[in-house]
Ligand binder design. Structure first.
Ligand SMILES: *Cc1c(COP(=O)(O)O)cnc(C)c1O
Length: 403
């Protein structure tokens, strides 16, 4: 490759470029119009110069654009950019995070296959694995911790994937990705990490030995709570397999959403650093508050995996939770008294969101399972936004002063 080619194709040389450079430039090649920023290709199909060219494109003999269910230029820029940022070979975008997870599972597994995962995952991921995959003969075993020995003991000769999220929601337990990758490798199975909470800005699972990264782009990649989307990042071989599945199944990302996510990726690193800084200030303050029993945040020295988080993550992230001594009543009153924070189950937004997990995101699991998972009645989760941190603190302070 000549140096001129290199400068117009940053994705080709992504190992040499810094994260922030990739975030604003990777994956984009200008058209002959020489546009500076990425255009939205709002077209469902593409036109061929001849019947022979159409035949060659459809048969796969000739590379090129065909139909937006599996090839759209705006979506492709997003895919290339996210792959570069995660240091993966390739990426496929999907209509939502759940669609991305489903694409991986249904696009690669067969009846009889098995996965190992944890109960501490995003609720819809648990539901998909627990209530829908068994219809197609795909079963799961559930680990109670991130103890590599426990995961190793759950692997069978049918196991295809170890699947996890780190830090967990809402208790921020941190998985040791290198240790889990070693377990996966020695058993000949693949490690999948849902990197929604950290994003590539704080954690690159593939560089630590994971095989596949899942994203809900709806959260921090968008960052402003506007669009729903998801992605799978992994080897070129895996993404080719998933693209073939996508072609027949169809949960694709819209070009408009891909364009919104591209705007999000450009500022991802800056935002994740600031989310983390704000969360750190609030975590420290909450830890010293008299009404608070416990704060869960990987950036606090009191966190059980503080050292691991410091080693593995660029910063501790924007999600924290805290347990109020006054239980559910105190938690509900605090939430009701806030004036600035948004009362919603969503996270990864520029606006701070506040959630009572026991009665919302974790309401559908049994009281016993909830107690075992540590989601106590007094627990509140904060997805710390980008507001002036003193304003968030003042809002919580006045809300908690009345409990
Ligand atoms: C939200 C979320 C998902 C699902 O993503 P959607 O885009 O809402 O479908 C998956 N994993 C995690 C960790 C999430 O927070």
């Amino acid at each position: 490759m000549t140096s001129t080619e290199k400068s117009t194709q940053p994705n080709q040389a992504h190992n040499a470029l810094g994260d922030e450079t990739l975030a604003v430039r990777a994956g984009f090649e200008r058209s002959s119009l020489m546009e500076h920023a990425e255009p939205i290709f709002a077209t469902s199909s593409f036109v061929f110069n001849s019947a022979a060219e159409a035949a060659a494109r459809f048969s796969g003999d000739e590379e090129g654009l065909l139909y937006a269910r599996f090839t759209n230029p705006t979506v492709q820029v997003f895919e290339k950019r996210l792959a570069a940022m995660e240091q993966g070979e390739a990426c496929i975008a999907a209509a939502s995070g759940m669609a991305a997870i489903n694409l991986l599972f249904m696009g690669t597994m067969r009846a009889g296959d098995h996965i190992v995962c944890t109960r501490t995952m995003f609720g819809s991921s648990v539901n998909q694995i627990k209530n829908f995959l068994p219809r197609y003969g795909i079963e799961a075993s559930w680990a109670n911790s991130f103890d590599p020995a426990e995961w190793a003991s759950l692997i069978t000769d049918k196991t295809r994937y170890l699947y996890l999220e780190t830090p967990t929601n809402p208790l921020t337990e941190v998985a040791d990705i290198e240790a889990m990758a070693a377990v996966a490798k020695s058993a000949g199975v693949k490690l999948v990490v849902d990197n929604c909470f950290c994003t590539s800005a704080l954690l690159k699972p593939l560089t630590l030995g994971a095989d596949v990264v899942i994203h809900s782009a709806t959260k921090y990649l968008d960052g402003q709570g506007r669009c729903v989307g998801g992605a799978v990042v992994g080897s070129a071989e895996l993404i080719e397999e998933l693209t073939s599945y996508m072609r027949s199944i169809g949960p694709c990302m819209s070009p408009f959403n891909a364009w919104v996510f591209l705007k999000g990726l450009e500022t991802l690193s800056l935002r994740m650093q600031q989310h983390s800084r704000n969360a750190m200030v609030l975590a420290k303050w909450l830890e010293s508050h008299l009404a608070v029993q416990k704060v869960h945040y990987p950036g606090l020295e009191s966190h059980p995996q503080y050292d691991l988080a410091a080693k593995q993550m660029q910063a501790a992230g924007g999600i924290l939770s805290f347990d109020l001594k006054g239980g559910k009543e105190a938690a509900w009153r605090t939430i009701d008294n806030t004036k600035l924070c948004s009362v919603t189950g969503n996270l990864g937004d520029s606006r701070t969101t506040i959630t009572h997990n026991a009665s919302t995101t974790h309401a559908r699991i049994s009281a016993q399972d909830r107690a075992a998972s540590g989601v106590t009645p007094g627990l509140i989760r904060l997805s710390v936004g980008l507001e002036t941190v003193e304003d968030i603190q003042r809002d919580l302070e006045q809300a908690m002063s009345a409990i």
